[in-house]
Design a protein around this ligand. Structure first.
Ligand code: GDP
Ligand code: MG
Length: 143
C-alpha cells in the first residue's frame, strides 16, 4: 500500500445538480482525505491546457465547451492507493458501463457529461495537481 495523492474534479453537470456534498461524502467514506479544494470557472485556455492529451480526439471541442460551461470543484485527495481508489469510486468513463454504486452510475447522464474527473496514474496525478495548486495550497493532514 502506498500513500498517494490524486486530482479530483466535480464537473459542471454535478455542480449544477447540487451534489457536491454527496460526492465528497463518498470520498470521505472511502477513507480519502480532501487536502486541497477550490471552486473555479475554467477559461477555454485553462480547459484546453488541462485536457491537452486529448487535443487530437474528435470530442475535444465538446469536452472543452462542457468543462467551461459552469463552475467546477477541484480537489486533491490523499489516501492509501488514492489514484486507483478514486477511479473505482468514480466508475467507468461511460456511465452506461459504470458499476452500480459508483459516482458516474449515480450522477452522470452521458459520456460527455460524466460528473467527475480523476487522475489515471500517479504521474498524471502529480502533473494535474500542479496544474491547479501551488504546493502551499495543499494542506497535509496525515499524521
Ligand atoms: P476519464 O479519465 O475516465 O475521464 O476518461 P478519458 O481520459 O478517456 O476522457 C476524458 C473525458 O473526455 C471523459 O471523462 C469524458 O468527459 C470525455 N470523453 C471521453 N471519451 C469521450 C467520447 O467518446 N465522447 C465524448 N463526447 N466525450 C468523451
Ligand atoms: Mg482521463
Amino acid at each position: 500500500m502506498a500513500l498517494e495523492r490524486t486530482l479530483s474534479i466535480i464537473k459542471p453537470d454535478a455542480v449544477a445538480k447540487n451534489v457536491i456534498g454527496g460526492i465528497y461524502n463518498r470520498f470521505e467514506t472511502a477513507g480519502l482525505r480532501i487536502v486541497a479544494a477550490k471552486m473555479m470557472h475554467l477559461s477555454k485556455e485553462q480547459a484546453e491546457g488541462f485536457y491537452a492529451e486529448h487535443s487530437e480526439r474528435p470530442f475535444f471541442g465538446a469536452l472543452v465547451e462542457f468543462m467551461t460551461s459552469g463552475p467546477i470543484v477541484v480537489s486533491v485527495l490523499e489516501g492509501e492507493n488514492a489514484v486507483l481508489r478514486h477511479r473505482e469510486i468514480m466508475g467507468a468513463t461511460n456511465p452506461a458501463e459504470a458499476l452500480a454504486g459508483t459516482l458516474r452510475a449515480d450522477y452522470a447522464v452521458s459520456i460527455d457529461e460524466n460528473a467527475v474527473h480523476g487522475s489515471d496514474a500517479v504521474e498524471s496525478a502529480a502533473r494535474e495537481i500542479a496544474y491547479f495548486f501551488a504546493d502551499e495550497e495543499i494542506c497535509a493532514r496525515t499524521r
